[in-house]
Design a protein around this ligand. Structure first.
Ligand SMILES: NC(=O)c1ccc[n+]([C@@H]2O[C@H](COP(=O)([O-])OP(=O)(O)OC[C@H]3O[C@@H](n4cnc5c(N)ncnc54)[C@H](O)[C@@H]3O)[C@@H](O)[C@H]2O)c1
Ligand SMILES: [Zn+2]
Ligand SMILES: [Zn+2]
Length: 360
Protein backbone atom coordinates (compact mmCIF):
# COMPACT_ATOMS: atom_id res chain seq x y z
CA UNK A 1 0.00 0.00 0.00
CA UNK A 2 1.41 3.45 -0.92
CA UNK A 3 2.27 5.72 1.98
CA UNK A 4 1.16 9.35 2.42
CA UNK A 5 3.63 11.30 4.55
CA UNK A 6 4.81 14.84 5.21
CA UNK A 7 7.82 16.11 3.23
CA UNK A 8 9.60 19.42 2.60
CA UNK A 9 9.20 20.58 -1.00
CA UNK A 10 10.98 23.27 -3.04
CA UNK A 11 8.40 24.06 -5.75
CA UNK A 12 10.29 26.63 -7.78
CA UNK A 13 13.54 28.58 -7.88
CA UNK A 14 14.05 30.76 -4.81
CA UNK A 15 10.53 30.18 -3.44
CA UNK A 16 10.42 29.37 0.30
CA UNK A 17 10.04 25.64 0.94
CA UNK A 18 6.77 24.21 2.26
CA UNK A 19 5.63 21.05 4.03
CA UNK A 20 3.30 18.99 1.82
CA UNK A 21 1.75 15.54 1.85
CA UNK A 22 3.64 13.32 -0.59
CA UNK A 23 2.96 9.81 -1.84
CA UNK A 24 5.55 7.04 -1.61
CA UNK A 25 5.10 3.72 -3.41
CA UNK A 26 5.90 0.40 -1.76
CA UNK A 27 9.50 -0.62 -2.37
CA UNK A 28 10.00 -2.39 -5.69
CA UNK A 29 12.86 -4.76 -6.55
CA UNK A 30 16.13 -3.46 -5.10
CA UNK A 31 14.42 -0.65 -3.19
CA UNK A 32 14.07 0.12 0.51
CA UNK A 33 11.50 2.18 2.41
CA UNK A 34 13.12 4.00 5.32
CA UNK A 35 11.41 5.51 8.34
CA UNK A 36 13.51 8.70 8.66
CA UNK A 37 14.58 9.58 12.21
CA UNK A 38 16.81 12.60 11.60
CA UNK A 39 18.04 14.70 8.67
CA UNK A 40 20.60 17.53 8.76
CA UNK A 41 20.22 20.76 6.79
CA UNK A 42 23.15 20.98 4.36
CA UNK A 43 24.05 23.96 2.20
CA UNK A 44 23.46 21.76 -0.85
CA UNK A 45 19.71 21.70 0.00
CA UNK A 46 19.75 25.48 -0.27
CA UNK A 47 21.67 25.22 -3.59
CA UNK A 48 18.81 22.98 -4.84
CA UNK A 49 16.07 25.39 -3.83
CA UNK A 50 18.00 28.26 -5.46
CA UNK A 51 18.07 26.34 -8.74
CA UNK A 52 21.88 26.20 -8.61
CA UNK A 53 22.09 22.42 -9.12
CA UNK A 54 19.49 21.85 -11.84
CA UNK A 55 15.96 22.84 -12.90
CA UNK A 56 14.18 19.62 -12.07
CA UNK A 57 11.62 21.18 -9.68
CA UNK A 58 9.72 20.23 -7.57
CA UNK A 59 12.42 18.89 -5.26
CA UNK A 60 11.90 16.80 -2.16
CA UNK A 61 14.79 18.16 -0.10
CA UNK A 62 16.98 16.59 2.60
CA UNK A 63 19.82 14.13 2.11
CA UNK A 64 21.83 13.90 5.35
CA UNK A 65 19.83 11.28 7.17
CA UNK A 66 19.57 8.27 9.41
CA UNK A 67 16.55 6.07 9.98
CA UNK A 68 15.13 2.59 10.40
CA UNK A 69 14.45 0.26 7.50
CA UNK A 70 10.69 -0.31 7.35
CA UNK A 71 10.23 -2.48 4.26
CA UNK A 72 12.52 -3.98 1.66
CA UNK A 73 11.71 -4.86 -1.94
CA UNK A 74 12.46 -8.07 -3.78
CA UNK A 75 16.09 -9.14 -3.93
CA UNK A 76 17.36 -6.81 -1.18
CA UNK A 77 19.98 -8.58 0.92
CA UNK A 78 22.20 -5.86 2.45
CA UNK A 79 19.57 -4.60 4.93
CA UNK A 80 16.45 -5.92 6.67
CA UNK A 81 13.44 -4.30 8.36
CA UNK A 82 14.48 -2.88 11.75
CA UNK A 83 18.09 -2.10 10.76
CA UNK A 84 19.45 1.31 11.78
CA UNK A 85 20.90 2.87 8.63
CA UNK A 86 22.60 5.98 7.35
CA UNK A 87 21.50 7.00 3.85
CA UNK A 88 24.09 7.75 1.20
CA UNK A 89 23.87 9.49 -2.16
CA UNK A 90 26.50 7.43 -3.96
CA UNK A 91 25.44 3.78 -4.00
CA UNK A 92 28.14 2.30 -6.20
CA UNK A 93 27.13 0.11 -9.14
CA UNK A 94 30.05 -2.33 -9.24
CA UNK A 95 29.72 -2.52 -13.04
CA UNK A 96 30.89 0.77 -14.59
CA UNK A 97 34.37 1.37 -15.98
CA UNK A 98 35.53 3.04 -12.75
CA UNK A 99 34.17 0.31 -10.46
CA UNK A 100 35.74 -2.32 -12.72
CA UNK A 101 39.11 -0.58 -12.41
CA UNK A 102 38.90 -0.94 -8.63
CA UNK A 103 37.96 2.70 -7.98
CA UNK A 104 34.34 2.42 -6.84
CA UNK A 105 34.44 5.77 -4.98
CA UNK A 106 34.48 7.43 -8.43
CA UNK A 107 31.57 5.23 -9.65
CA UNK A 108 30.03 6.84 -12.75
CA UNK A 109 26.63 5.12 -12.45
CA UNK A 110 25.51 5.32 -8.83
CA UNK A 111 22.07 3.94 -7.96
CA UNK A 112 18.89 5.61 -6.73
CA UNK A 113 15.36 4.24 -6.32
CA UNK A 114 13.75 3.44 -9.67
CA UNK A 115 10.24 4.52 -8.64
CA UNK A 116 9.48 8.17 -7.99
CA UNK A 117 7.85 9.70 -4.96
CA UNK A 118 5.07 12.12 -5.95
CA UNK A 119 3.21 15.30 -5.01
CA UNK A 120 -0.40 15.45 -6.23
CA UNK A 121 0.44 12.72 -8.74
CA UNK A 122 3.43 14.61 -10.21
CA UNK A 123 6.86 13.00 -9.80
CA UNK A 124 9.27 14.61 -7.32
CA UNK A 125 13.03 14.93 -7.75
CA UNK A 126 14.58 13.67 -4.54
CA UNK A 127 17.60 15.82 -3.59
CA UNK A 128 20.73 13.79 -4.33
CA UNK A 129 18.43 10.81 -4.89
CA UNK A 130 17.41 10.75 -1.22
CA UNK A 131 14.70 13.25 -0.17
CA UNK A 132 14.79 12.74 3.60
CA UNK A 133 13.11 15.87 4.95
CA UNK A 134 10.17 13.49 5.06
CA UNK A 135 8.67 11.04 7.51
CA UNK A 136 9.61 8.20 5.15
CA UNK A 137 11.65 7.98 1.98
CA UNK A 138 12.33 5.47 -0.80
CA UNK A 139 15.93 4.71 -1.79
CA UNK A 140 17.94 2.07 -3.63
CA UNK A 141 19.10 -0.68 -1.27
CA UNK A 142 22.75 0.32 -1.74
CA UNK A 143 21.89 3.80 -0.44
CA UNK A 144 21.20 2.38 3.03
CA UNK A 145 24.22 1.45 5.13
CA UNK A 146 23.67 -0.42 8.39
CA UNK A 147 25.56 1.03 11.37
CA UNK A 148 25.69 0.47 15.14
CA UNK A 149 22.27 1.40 16.51
CA UNK A 150 23.76 2.86 19.69
CA UNK A 151 24.56 6.05 17.73
CA UNK A 152 21.97 8.81 18.06
CA UNK A 153 20.12 9.45 14.77
CA UNK A 154 20.79 13.21 14.81
CA UNK A 155 24.55 12.67 14.82
CA UNK A 156 24.62 9.52 12.68
CA UNK A 157 22.74 11.26 9.86
CA UNK A 158 25.46 13.88 9.53
CA UNK A 159 27.84 11.21 8.29
CA UNK A 160 25.49 10.82 5.31
CA UNK A 161 26.71 14.09 3.80
CA UNK A 162 28.56 17.01 5.37
CA UNK A 163 30.75 15.12 7.82
CA UNK A 164 31.71 12.46 5.27
CA UNK A 165 32.30 15.06 2.54
CA UNK A 166 34.60 17.19 4.69
CA UNK A 167 36.36 14.42 6.56
CA UNK A 168 36.86 12.43 3.36
CA UNK A 169 38.10 15.51 1.47
CA UNK A 170 40.93 15.61 4.01
CA UNK A 171 41.75 11.95 4.57
CA UNK A 172 40.67 10.29 1.30
CA UNK A 173 41.05 12.94 -1.41
CA UNK A 174 43.74 15.14 0.18
CA UNK A 175 45.50 12.15 1.76
CA UNK A 176 46.35 14.23 4.82
CA UNK A 177 48.80 12.37 6.99
CA UNK A 178 50.99 12.73 10.10
CA UNK A 179 52.98 15.94 10.15
CA UNK A 180 51.14 17.68 7.28
CA UNK A 181 50.08 21.30 7.32
CA UNK A 182 46.48 21.84 6.21
CA UNK A 183 44.43 24.97 5.52
CA UNK A 184 40.64 24.85 5.28
CA UNK A 185 38.65 27.67 3.63
CA UNK A 186 35.06 27.87 4.94
CA UNK A 187 34.32 26.52 8.39
CA UNK A 188 30.71 25.38 8.10
CA UNK A 189 29.76 21.76 8.73
CA UNK A 190 31.84 20.55 5.78
CA UNK A 191 34.94 22.62 6.55
CA UNK A 192 34.88 21.73 10.24
CA UNK A 193 34.63 18.05 9.32
CA UNK A 194 37.74 18.53 7.15
CA UNK A 195 39.43 20.03 10.21
CA UNK A 196 38.32 17.10 12.39
CA UNK A 197 39.56 14.66 9.73
CA UNK A 198 42.94 16.38 9.48
CA UNK A 199 43.19 16.22 13.26
CA UNK A 200 42.37 12.47 13.27
CA UNK A 201 44.96 11.89 10.53
CA UNK A 202 47.73 13.56 12.56
CA UNK A 203 48.16 16.90 10.76
CA UNK A 204 50.61 19.09 12.64
CA UNK A 205 49.25 22.49 11.63
CA UNK A 206 45.56 23.04 10.86
CA UNK A 207 44.62 26.54 9.69
CA UNK A 208 40.95 27.53 9.63
CA UNK A 209 39.95 30.38 7.29
CA UNK A 210 36.53 32.05 7.33
CA UNK A 211 34.99 35.51 7.05
CA UNK A 212 32.96 35.00 10.23
CA UNK A 213 34.66 35.15 13.63
CA UNK A 214 32.02 32.88 15.20
CA UNK A 215 32.88 30.13 12.73
CA UNK A 216 36.56 30.49 13.54
CA UNK A 217 35.84 30.01 17.23
CA UNK A 218 33.91 26.79 16.46
CA UNK A 219 36.72 25.57 14.19
CA UNK A 220 39.12 25.59 17.13
CA UNK A 221 36.94 23.04 18.89
CA UNK A 222 37.43 20.60 16.00
CA UNK A 223 41.21 20.92 16.11
CA UNK A 224 42.21 24.10 14.24
CA UNK A 225 45.61 25.20 15.54
CA UNK A 226 45.41 28.63 13.84
CA UNK A 227 42.56 30.81 12.55
CA UNK A 228 42.48 33.52 9.88
CA UNK A 229 39.65 35.98 9.32
CA UNK A 230 40.00 36.49 5.56
CA UNK A 231 37.66 39.50 5.64
CA UNK A 232 40.36 41.31 7.65
CA UNK A 233 43.67 39.96 6.33
CA UNK A 234 45.07 38.34 3.20
CA UNK A 235 44.76 34.60 3.86
CA UNK A 236 47.53 33.68 1.38
CA UNK A 237 50.09 35.79 3.22
CA UNK A 238 48.84 34.67 6.63
CA UNK A 239 49.03 30.97 5.68
CA UNK A 240 52.56 31.44 4.34
CA UNK A 241 53.61 33.12 7.57
CA UNK A 242 52.27 30.26 9.69
CA UNK A 243 54.02 27.68 7.47
CA UNK A 244 57.55 29.16 7.50
CA UNK A 245 56.90 31.09 4.29
CA UNK A 246 55.98 27.97 2.32
CA UNK A 247 52.22 27.48 2.16
CA UNK A 248 50.22 24.47 3.34
CA UNK A 249 50.71 20.90 2.12
CA UNK A 250 46.98 20.43 1.62
CA UNK A 251 44.45 23.25 1.11
CA UNK A 252 40.76 22.41 1.19
CA UNK A 253 38.21 24.79 -0.34
CA UNK A 254 34.94 24.13 1.46
CA UNK A 255 33.28 27.28 0.09
CA UNK A 256 33.50 26.62 -3.64
CA UNK A 257 33.59 30.10 -5.16
CA UNK A 258 36.25 31.52 -7.53
CA UNK A 259 37.89 33.77 -4.90
CA UNK A 260 38.40 31.00 -2.33
CA UNK A 261 39.61 28.59 -5.01
CA UNK A 262 42.18 31.11 -6.17
CA UNK A 263 43.27 31.76 -2.58
CA UNK A 264 43.55 28.01 -2.03
CA UNK A 265 45.65 27.63 -5.15
CA UNK A 266 48.19 30.24 -4.03
CA UNK A 267 48.15 29.26 -0.34
CA UNK A 268 49.59 25.78 -0.92
CA UNK A 269 53.22 24.78 -0.83
CA UNK A 270 55.09 23.59 -3.93
CA UNK A 271 53.92 20.10 -4.85
CA UNK A 272 50.97 20.58 -2.51
CA UNK A 273 47.37 19.56 -3.06
CA UNK A 274 44.23 21.65 -3.46
CA UNK A 275 40.93 19.89 -2.80
CA UNK A 276 37.70 21.52 -3.99
CA UNK A 277 34.76 20.25 -1.93
CA UNK A 278 32.48 23.33 -1.94
CA UNK A 279 29.99 23.18 -4.83
CA UNK A 280 30.27 26.00 -7.40
CA UNK A 281 27.24 27.22 -9.35
CA UNK A 282 27.06 26.92 -13.15
CA UNK A 283 28.06 30.54 -13.87
CA UNK A 284 31.34 30.45 -11.96
CA UNK A 285 34.68 30.56 -13.79
CA UNK A 286 38.31 30.78 -12.71
CA UNK A 287 41.38 32.15 -14.41
CA UNK A 288 44.82 31.00 -13.25
CA UNK A 289 48.28 31.62 -14.69
CA UNK A 290 49.01 28.37 -16.51
CA UNK A 291 52.70 28.70 -15.76
CA UNK A 292 51.91 28.64 -12.03
CA UNK A 293 49.69 25.58 -12.50
CA UNK A 294 52.66 23.87 -14.10
CA UNK A 295 55.47 25.33 -12.02
CA UNK A 296 53.94 24.58 -8.62
CA UNK A 297 53.48 20.91 -9.40
CA UNK A 298 51.33 18.88 -7.04
CA UNK A 299 47.69 18.26 -7.69
CA UNK A 300 44.37 20.03 -8.03
CA UNK A 301 41.57 17.65 -7.05
CA UNK A 302 37.82 17.70 -6.54
CA UNK A 303 36.15 15.66 -3.87
CA UNK A 304 32.71 14.19 -4.43
CA UNK A 305 31.35 13.01 -1.13
CA UNK A 306 34.84 12.79 0.32
CA UNK A 307 35.68 10.01 -2.18
CA UNK A 308 34.02 7.69 0.31
CA UNK A 309 32.78 4.15 0.13
CA UNK A 310 29.74 4.24 2.41
CA UNK A 311 29.91 0.53 3.29
CA UNK A 312 33.56 0.92 4.36
CA UNK A 313 33.54 4.43 5.85
CA UNK A 314 30.17 4.93 7.59
CA UNK A 315 30.48 2.07 10.12
CA UNK A 316 34.10 3.11 10.80
CA UNK A 317 33.15 6.72 11.54
CA UNK A 318 30.30 5.60 13.80
CA UNK A 319 32.77 3.39 15.69
CA UNK A 320 35.19 6.32 16.10
CA UNK A 321 32.29 8.40 17.41
CA UNK A 322 31.19 5.69 19.87
CA UNK A 323 34.78 5.39 21.08
CA UNK A 324 34.83 9.14 21.77
CA UNK A 325 37.43 9.92 19.11
CA UNK A 326 35.17 11.88 16.74
CA UNK A 327 32.92 14.42 18.39
CA UNK A 328 29.92 14.44 16.08
CA UNK A 329 27.68 16.04 18.68
CA UNK A 330 29.51 19.34 18.32
CA UNK A 331 28.20 19.63 14.76
CA UNK A 332 24.58 19.70 15.94
CA UNK A 333 23.74 23.35 16.65
CA UNK A 334 19.99 22.81 17.04
CA UNK A 335 17.30 20.18 16.52
CA UNK A 336 14.19 21.31 14.65
CA UNK A 337 11.03 19.96 13.03
CA UNK A 338 10.12 19.65 9.33
CA UNK A 339 8.22 22.95 9.51
CA UNK A 340 11.43 24.81 10.46
CA UNK A 341 13.60 23.99 7.41
CA UNK A 342 13.07 27.36 5.69
CA UNK A 343 14.09 29.20 8.87
CA UNK A 344 17.12 26.88 9.18
CA UNK A 345 18.27 28.02 5.72
CA UNK A 346 18.20 31.62 6.97
CA UNK A 347 20.09 30.68 10.15
CA UNK A 348 22.70 29.03 7.92
CA UNK A 349 22.95 32.14 5.74
CA UNK A 350 23.33 34.30 8.84
CA UNK A 351 26.19 32.04 9.94
CA UNK A 352 24.52 31.09 13.21
CA UNK A 353 24.67 27.31 12.88
CA UNK A 354 26.93 24.46 11.82
CA UNK A 355 24.03 22.06 11.45
CA UNK A 356 20.33 22.34 12.14
CA UNK A 357 18.99 18.79 12.30
CA UNK A 358 15.37 17.85 11.67
CA UNK A 359 14.16 15.23 14.14
CA UNK A 360 11.20 13.04 13.20
N1 LIG B 1 31.60 17.90 -2.49
C1 LIG B 1 30.66 17.35 -1.74
O1 LIG B 1 30.48 16.15 -1.79
C2 LIG B 1 29.83 18.22 -0.83
C3 LIG B 1 29.01 17.65 0.15
C4 LIG B 1 28.30 18.49 1.02
C5 LIG B 1 28.36 19.85 0.86
N2 LIG B 1 29.15 20.38 -0.12
C6 LIG B 1 29.29 21.84 -0.31
O2 LIG B 1 30.25 22.32 0.62
C7 LIG B 1 30.02 23.72 0.84
C8 LIG B 1 29.96 23.99 2.33
O3 LIG B 1 28.80 23.39 2.88
P1 LIG B 1 28.37 23.68 4.39
O4 LIG B 1 27.13 22.90 4.61
O5 LIG B 1 29.53 23.56 5.29
O6 LIG B 1 27.98 25.25 4.24
P2 LIG B 1 27.91 26.40 5.35
O7 LIG B 1 27.10 27.48 4.72
O8 LIG B 1 27.51 25.83 6.66
O9 LIG B 1 29.44 26.87 5.49
C9 LIG B 1 30.10 27.70 4.57
C10 LIG B 1 31.16 28.50 5.35
O10 LIG B 1 31.93 29.26 4.41
C11 LIG B 1 32.17 30.54 4.96
N3 LIG B 1 32.46 31.46 3.84
C12 LIG B 1 31.61 32.03 2.96
N4 LIG B 1 32.28 32.82 2.09
C13 LIG B 1 33.61 32.72 2.43
C14 LIG B 1 34.80 33.29 1.90
N5 LIG B 1 34.77 34.12 0.86
N6 LIG B 1 35.98 32.97 2.50
C15 LIG B 1 36.01 32.13 3.57
N7 LIG B 1 34.90 31.56 4.10
C16 LIG B 1 33.72 31.85 3.54
C17 LIG B 1 30.89 30.85 5.69
O11 LIG B 1 31.09 31.89 6.66
C18 LIG B 1 30.56 29.50 6.33
O12 LIG B 1 31.15 29.37 7.60
C19 LIG B 1 28.74 24.05 0.08
O13 LIG B 1 29.09 24.57 -1.19
C20 LIG B 1 28.08 22.69 -0.08
O14 LIG B 1 27.20 22.65 -1.18
C21 LIG B 1 29.88 19.59 -0.95
ZN1 LIG C 1 30.21 2.04 -10.83
ZN1 LIG D 1 24.93 17.71 1.71
Amino acid sequence: MPHSVKGVIAKSKGEPVSVEIIEIPDPGPGEVLVDVKACGVCHTDLHFREGAINDEFPFLLGHEAAGIVEEVGEGVVNVSPGDFVILNWRAVCGECRSCKRGRPWYCFDTHNATQKMALDGAPLTAALGIGAFAEKTLVAAGQATKVDSRAKPEVAGLIGCGVMAGLGAAINTGEVTRGDSVAVFGCGGVGDAAIAGSNLAGAHTIIAVDIDERKLEMAKEFGATHTIDSSKEDPIEAIRQITDGNGADVVIDAVGIPSTYEQSFFARDLAGTVVLVGVPNPEMKIELPLQEVFGRGGSLKSSWYGDCLPSRDFPMLIDLYLQGRLNLEKFVSETISLEDVEEAFHAMERGEVLRSVVIL
